[in-house]
Ligand binder design. Structure first.
Ligand SMILES: [Zn+2]
Length: 345
């Protein structure tokens, strides 16, 4: 995988490229950020750049034997560390202490082909304290040829002693344009309006966009949630209960659902402000969103968006989804059905 194949994250790419160009590659990195934004892809592209036999000043060559091996995940000096890589019988997806021990016994064997060995550890934030302490010993005295890249969604999960020994890079959600570009390049057969919709729905995660494209369950979840939301305007208070229950029952998809909710009200606001429903993100729900925007005032929408942002904030503070969904349901209902704002009704 080339750097140029990885969408977005240009600043991180340029720092990493410079480190290869100046032969100042670090011993330990932390790539921290949401799932599906390209941390693993970038780590793999970085590893390929390090082992490339013909580095091209800003990317690996993509054609040398080392590049080909790295691209096909068949390079002996580039390891993606999983429990199953060292022991196929292991079932856990959390990185286990045994796995780190196996990795360590390999770390001290010199590179097979080139000058460096690279270990990429996905889900590194699932390591427990024992696993982290085991890893710490390598980070404290890494062999000069060794580079370890930890991939994680949450840096809080790491011991301070680990964090003090890594160069940390923060990955942010991709922009809608970046996700759309990825879909256009990799799923050419899809319709441009579908790509735009998927990009909006993905919340900046390529993984989520692909899941939505390929997985009917995700699409159905979106359909069902739309029904739930559109029963709120003018609906009885029971709609609050149904809405809250729906979110609670799908709590693993909370961020996805919140993205949908936010996109609906942003679309409604867009229609209210521009009187144009053509450029909204939920193009397939144009009629329903138009109807919503016809029945409310800008202030209703802003109040609803405020409630959604607050729910997102509570979620990031680890407040239970049950509590959040109840408050959100009530506040949304009140925001949308508050007639005191409406001069036109
Ligand atoms: Zn190469």
């Amino acid at each position: 995988m080339l750097f140029s194949d990885v969408i977005g994250h240009n600043k991180i790419k340029s720092i990493l490229t410079r480190s290869v160009r100046d032969s100042r590659i670090g011993h330990a990195y932390l790539f921290e950020g949401p799932e599906g934004v390209g941390k693993l892809s970038l780590a793999r592209a970085f590893a390929q750049m390090i082992v490339c036999e013909n580095f091209q000043t800003d990317d690996s060559c993509g054609v040398c034997a080392s590049c080909s091996r790295a691209a096909s995940q068949n390079h002996p000096d580039v390891t993606i560390v999983t429990n199953q890589f060292y022991d196929a019988s292991k079932k856990s997806s959390d990185i286990l202490v045994d796995t780190i021990r196996s990795m360590k016994s390999d770390v001290y064997i010199k590179p097979f082909l080139g000058e460096r060995k690279i270990y990429i550890i996905p889900k590194a934030d699932t390591m427990n304290v024992s696993a982290q302490n085991s890893l710490l010993k390598v980070l404290e005295e890494p062999p000069e040829y060794c580079t370890i890249i930890l991939l994680a969604e949450n840096r809080e999960a790491f011991l301070p002693t680990i964090l003090s020994r890594v160069s940390a890079f923060k990955f942010f959600a991709l922009t809608d344009d970046e996700v759309e570009k990825y879909l256009a390049e990799n799923f050419e057969e899809t319709d441009p309006s579908q790509r735009r919709l998927l990009a909006k729905m993905s919340g900046g995660s390529i993984k989520k966009a692909i899941e939505l494209l390929e997985n009917p369950e995700s699409r159905q979840l979106r359909e069902d949630f739309f029904d739930c939301i559109f029963s709120i305007p003018g609906g009885s208070r029971k709609t609050i209960y149904d809405f809250s229950l729906f979110i609670k029952q799908n709590k693993d998809e909370f961020e996805f659902l919140i993205n949908i909710l936010q996109s609906i009200f942003c679309d409604a606001l867009h229609i209210l402000q521009t009187q144009n429903a053509e450029s909204i993100s939920n193009t397939d729900k144009k009629v329903k969103i138009q109807k919503l925007s016809d029945s409310v005032d800008t202030k209703n929408i802003l109040k609803a968006l405020e409630a959604i942002l607050k729910a997102n904030d509570y979620f990031s503070k680890n407040i239970g989804v049950g509590t959040i969904s109840q408050c959100l349901g009530l506040e949304l209902w009140e925001a949308i059905n508050d007639r005191s704002y409406r001069s036109k009704v």
